[in-house]
Design a binder for this molecule. Sequence first.
Ligand SMILES: Nc1ncnc2c1ncn2[C@@H]1O[C@H](COP(=O)(O)OP(=O)(O)OP(=O)(O)O)[C@@H](O)[C@H]1O
Length: 791
Amino acid sequence: MERRRSKPVQNLPETIHSLIGLKSHLTSSWVKSVSNIAKNVSSSSEISSTSKDEDDSAFIRVQSIRDQLSTLTVQANDQNKRRRQILNEFLDLKGNIRVFCRVKPLDSKNLRAPVASDTRNVFIKLTESKRKTYNFDRVFQPDSSQDDVFLEIEPVIKSVIDGYNACIFAYGQTGTGKTFTMEGLPESPGIVPRAIKGLFKEVEERNHNLLIHTDAKGEIDIDNLVTHKVNDFDEVFKLYKLGCRNRATAFTNSNSASSRSHCMIRVSITCAGATERRRERNKIWLVDLGGSERVLKTKATGRRFDEGKAINLSLSALGDVINSLQRKNAHIPYRVVRDFSGQDSKTLMLVHIGRKEDDLCETICSLDFATRAKNVHLEQEKKEAVMMNLQKTMETIEKDREITLKEIRYLNETLEKLSGKPHVTEEAEEVDEIREEIQVTPKLRRNKSRRASDVFCSFMRPTASSNRRLSGADFSPISNSPGSKSRRNSMAHVRSESVCLPMMKNVYDSLCDSSERSVSKSTCAVSQNRTDDAATVYSQDISECDIKLVVSEHKKEVQQTGQGSARKACSKIGIFEKNVNQKTEFSRINSWLRSQSENRSCVLDKKPRRLNKNISLGRSSNGNKRLGDIEESKTEEAGIKHPLLLNDLFELEYMCSAETEDQILSKYPNPSEEDNASLHHLPSFRYDGLSQHIDDAWFGVARSANREEQDSHASGLLLELKQPLPNSQRGLAFVEEVVPPLLRPQGILAERGRGAHAFMQKLEALCYRTLVGVGLIDVSCGSDFFNGLTQ
Ligand SMILES: Nc1ncnc2c1ncn2[C@@H]1O[C@H](COP(=O)(O)OP(=O)(O)OP(=O)(O)O)[C@@H](O)[C@H]1O
């Protein structure tokens, strides 16, 4: 009996000794091994004497296998840890924006829902036979809880404690649940309260002495931003609630408590002497953006209308940022965003969508924008080599890990045969998400630089102010590219525009207290079949042009009794009023395509056609207006002429750059005969969607029965819109090099001669600058949220 027991007992210290060596790495496996040994010790006492030798050797074998398994488990865990590290480094280098999508549940189960989802994809049903799929890092389906969402966000919060910068921002159409996700309800709190709580919890757990500020003197200073040092969650929450109270909400047609501004919370963390942290001071931004909205839909008026416009405009600034990041511009237009789009920042975009059929256009816009954001790769070129190395290292680790896991499996099977029980090696088993991540992502696919504006919805397109920042070369021709014809057949296109422009200072100022013009256009047209686009498209197109003139009573009297230009303008105000809220809708893609090409040729035709020809009006069967209606509405608006255009003053036929004809030709070669015949216009540049529709709108105003007037207005207006200068820069920064040569001045050249023509160009540019400088032409383009932050 004595002998029977002594052997395992003799082995015990050895085994424990070897396990203690692994203790630092092992937790549960170590404990399990020890308890197994203890079990074996007690069970060994029951072994009969006849089989003792066999049993002893089997026991020793089992122990040795267990020891090996433990060692291998440690090894596998180390490999997993290393994989995670590499993944982190990889993502850091890649610096892309992670995008999650949350789908709002339908209000009523009876509604038709063309939007479906699984955990990674959103499926859009465009027609009976056509679907579109969007892929994201994670999709929260309508029944997802706040817990589900936060579970996925939590690693970001942990990385903030590790010293990384982070930004979590909610984006989406109004009423889709951004505030619900970020702020939540008292009974189901959202990300912000949970994140703040999480930060304090992590701090406590790690026993760090951290300072947490709701704001701190970081690299970015924002006017009127107050900094508070906070000690616990309650203090932060009180501040947060105070901030929320100051955030206006109001009833709109789309949301009974719509947030009428953005909400940005910055939490700064300082921790000196924590060497394991990425940096001593870092921050996390928690942003609930205002919802994009179409004023047509929300039917907002007055203040609500203004708020909606401001939100849309500032969202377009965000579009600028994404655009710049995508173009890999050295200059990212907004410092706040740069703060969290840097190399080792974790940026998480939570795009929110609804499922209603009515909202399909907005849903597609949001999903397209989110997809663009997801594909942003920061400074990829510089990092490609490092990423390649990481990928190779990862492959080596993967191979080693495979071998380790194979050995573990083999030993487990042997152990099972010997002892009848499998050895549990939980730590070594890891879901292969990491492998998936690193295999999918490191293809180092080059970012095919499609023009961002081609797919951005309006509020995501570059604003006029960012267009100004970009050089002319940044604007590649879109309409004349050889592929442009085939694109007509394979469109998957979503556009929408919304922009508010103050009317330029003009003679109306003497008549009006204030004037404002808002132009918006949304188009959603999708056809994925190259051959049957006419038959199988989903399209929805809405244009609107709101013009507001505020005329006080006494001025009306002046108008009624006034003379000359005042009398003229007075008669036109009537037309303005008549056309307020001009709406046009049509639902066929052909109409949409036609309107696009019409619009383009209007701007760029050598001999622009008159649009106000007699076009028969008619309603489509569904009651929507069609192309004819649009043209008609333009004609209706044609009575208004901008009074103070450069063209009026100098009788310019074309607004040209200071480039010589040869320079222009070498930059923009002649289109082929075929192209010429079909397009009848010259290569355009800076002809992105936003300015296009602004142009359209202005055309609506400028077009008149007089052909010459029509032409001259067109170019003059374009020039103004492409040179929007903030007030502070007026007269200083009008760069003539970026004035687009809208039309080749062949006719003028022939008439004037090259030298005289160049001189005239210089003179024109100089005059224009002077007018801008003295404030006679207002080229500002409304307020800019992000810009405001950086002032
Ligand atoms: N996932 C969800 N589950 C249940 N209710 C939701 C969900 N998402 C949103 N809601 C509800 O829908 C309504 C609108 O949501 P919310 O105000 O968060 O939208 P929003 O996107 O912030 O809108 P806005 O941009 O106009 O401020 C709220 O009553 C909210 O409680």
